[in-house]
Ligand binder design. Structure first.
Ligand SMILES: *Cc1c(COP(=O)(O)O)cnc(C)c1O
Length: 370
């Protein structure tokens, strides 16, 4: 064995076997590789409108302050969130993206002796954070691409400490009803922490939204995570948060880095939160774009999973990889989801009307050429 192999084997078991998260291909990378000038990226569920004007103004105002450390408690952003969501600031934990919160939860609550339950086709970050701390992932088969809550409940035992549920789910876009979800949480033992990942919460229409924040008083083992990366258009800044019991928030605060959110992220997120116009524009664009894409799929005779998020997974009824590659050559980046056991699907993020049109044209061309 050579010296380099020895070094790798010093890592803890979970990390040795870890396969890194595969992100959507960056636009710059495709530009470099193929020398294309017109590229449309619909691969990472980002907000196609770009950041809102209020967020940009807040960032500009904060630039002269960058020689100072940020507020490690994120007081102003927490105050704004508390006011908007009607929670106390002690219930809020800020993260470097909601991803960081998921990782903090794993580090806070898991050991190699404990188990985590989540669904097939769930976010790739759940197995990652579970494995990194050496805990065991118990995966419930999906039901019609969505969560099978009974199957998940059946996996819960004395060793279970965390359950991850994304609602809406990514990459399927499926949504659980308020009644089913609440029943599930009520059925969990108090020793099992239920992480409700609401990264796409803002895209769900009012009639289908679950009033999950109100449940926090009833269930101290419930944690809700949300993000500024999707509807609020700040994926590049990395801001997410969780809402929980005071006890859980206190624990997460002990493990997080003292300055886990940078100053620009804090100020931009606070401004974005008050930008109702931008949010409304985002939702309107998303609804229109969802119609635009699904109408095209219908016309092409393709089926898709009805989605409550800002993306839709389309069924190609064949290996999606060659179609993904052919789309890249035409300057369109979408997301293959074979790593989610959905090798016949591509996940398309909703873009602007022009971006969607650019994709639809390329997609139709590719499917006739293949
Ligand atoms: C995008 C996404 C997140 C958010 O990640 P950030 O770290 O906040 O950017 C969390 N959960 C799901 C299911 C997502 O799709």
């Amino acid at each position: 064995m050579n010296k380099k192999e020895n070094i790798s084997q010093l890592a803890v078991q979970g990390v040795q076997k870890l396969i890194p998260y595969k992100a959507g291909k960056p636009v710059d990378e495709l530009e470099r590789e193929l020398g294309l000038t017109e590229i449309v990226k619909l691969a990472s569920n980002e907000n196609a409108l770009g950041p809102g004007s209020k967020a940009i103004a807040a960032i500009k105002n904060t630039l002269p302050e960058l020689s100072r450390y940020p507020d490690g408690n994120g007081f102003a952003l927490k105050m704004a969130l508390a006011k908007k969501l009607n929670v106390s600031i002690e219930q809020i934990t800020l993260g470097n993206g909601s991803n960081e919160i998921l990782e903090l939860l794993a580090r806070t609550f898991l050991t190699p002796e404990l188990e985590v339950v989540f669904s097939q086709h769930a976010l790739a970050v759940y197995p990652l954070v579970t494995q990194a701390v050496g805990a065991k992932a118990c995966i419930a088969p999906a039901l019609n691409y969505g969560h099978d809550l009974l199957a998940m409940l059946a996996l819960v035992n004395k060793k279970t400490r965390l359950v991850f549920i994304a609602n809406p789910n990514n990459p399927t876009g499926t949504l659980l009803s308020s009644i089913d979800l609440k029943e599930f949480i009520a059925a969990l033992p108090e020793t099992v922490i239920c992480v409700l990942d609401e990264a796409y919460f803002e895209f769900v229409d009012d009639a289908n939204k679950s009033a999950t924040i109100a449940w926090l008083n009833e269930y101290p083992n419930l944690i809700i995570t949300r993000t500024f990366s999707k509807a609020y258009g700040l994926a590049g800044l990395r801001v997410g948060y969780s809402l929980s019991s005071l006890e859980v928030a206190d624990l997460l605060n002990r493990v997080r880095q003292p300055f886990n959110n940078n100053a620009l992220a804090l100020t931009a997120a606070e401004a974005a939160l008050s930008d109702n116009e931008y949010l409304a524009e985002t939702i309107a664009m998303n609804n229109k774009g969802m119609n635009q894409l699904t109408s095209a799929f219908k016309e092409m005779g393709l089926s898709w999973i009805p989605s409550y998020g800002n993306f839709v997974s389309v069924n190609l009824k064949q290996d999606a990889m060659p179609i993904y590659e052919a789309l890249l050559k035409k300057g369109v980046i979408v997301r293959p989801v074979a790593n989610y056991e959905m090798s016949d699907f591509l996940r398309i993020s909703i873009g602007t009307e022009q971006e969607n049109q650019f994709f639809i044209k390329a997609f139709k061309d590719v499917l006739t050429e293949i």
